[in-house]
Design a protein around this ligand. Structure first.
Ligand code: PGA
Length: 269
């Protein structure tokens, strides 16, 4: 696990955006794994700015989102499809036909939808770079604590904590979905690179558990300790409970030098 310590949320976004630039320079047809939530919004703003300055193009990319609420219309203002259109897709040159979310209505069989999503990811060659946030309870995607570490895309019931954390986005008269389709933990772990972004004090305990706690289904993000290319990008508050910060800064600088020299490790040479 590589841990990059940043001063603030803007720097977290800038560092994450530079990973996209490196990836797309090396592989313009990269398959992106995208996330919703408050954390990646600044990253998406940076990517839009880079696109506008013609420093990055998504024209040959495909994307798969981590999750989508169960039985929500794509046009609903709180669907993750709407989020992605508003925050990113409508402002860049990605082909809308190649942006995928695990949408599942009550008319669909969620098992078949999950299997089809997995197949689609494989058909496109697998995810090169997966963006993750982390829940205050340690979830990644909507893989809540106790999720199988070997899980695949499926329907999950959201915890009280997650419902509470996300309730800010729903008005009083809107029904907040209590279930979601989410990539599984094994799906996420197959990505060639994973960038987990965390900002703010409310994430500090979950970040500590992820990095230095045991690998446990009680903190799904802790599985990233088993990933070959997991990169965790933190602001000061999210990193406030992490020890050995000077070592981490040195290691991150060295890793950056290696990537500048040899490129990203995207498969067989
Ligand atoms: P947030 O959500 O970015 O809105 O804090 C992160 C998550 O739940 O994965």
């Amino acid at each position: 696990m590589q841990i990059i310590l940043c001063d603030d949320a803007n720097q977290v976004a800038a560092v994450a955006a530079s990973w996209f630039q490196t990836l797309l320079a090396q592989k313009p047809q990269a398959v992106l794994g995208l996330a919703t939530g408050s954390t990646p919004i600044k990253l998406y703003q940076q990517l839009i700015a880079l696109y506008q300055q013609q420093q990055i193009s998504f024209a040959k990319c495909s994307s798969f989102n981590l999750d989508e609420y169960y039985d929500i219309a794509a046009e609903h203002r709180n669907s993750y499809r709407s989020f992605m259109q508003n925050q990113l897709f409508d402002h860049i040159d990605i082909d809308p036909e190649r942006t995928f979310l695990p949408s599942c209505s009550s008319q669909d069989n969620p098992r078949l939808v999950g299997q089809a999503y997995e197949r689609q990811i494989s058909t496109m060659g697998g995810i090169d770079l997966q963006i993750l946030g982390i829940g205050s309870n340690g979830h990644i995607g909507f893989n809540e604590p106790t999720s199988s570490l070997n899980s695949r895309t499926r329907l999950k019931t959201l915890t009280e904590q997650t419902l509470k954390d996300n309730s800010r986005l729903f008005t009083k008269d809107e029904i907040q979905p209590t279930m979601a389709m989410t990539m599984g933990i094994a799906t996420i772990m197959q990505a060639r690179y994973i960038l987990l972004l965390a900002t703010g004090k409310s994430k500090a305990e979950a970040v500590k558990q992820m990095i230095s706690g045991p690998v446990s289904a009680n903190c799904p993000a802790s599985i990233l300790q088993m990933h070959q290319n997991a990169v965790v990008i933190l602001d000061k508050e999210a990193a406030s409970l992490i020890e050995e910060q000077s070592y981490l800064r040195n290691a991150a600088n060295e890793n950056q030098r290696l990537i500048s020299r040899y490129g990203l490790n995207l498969g067989d040479l």
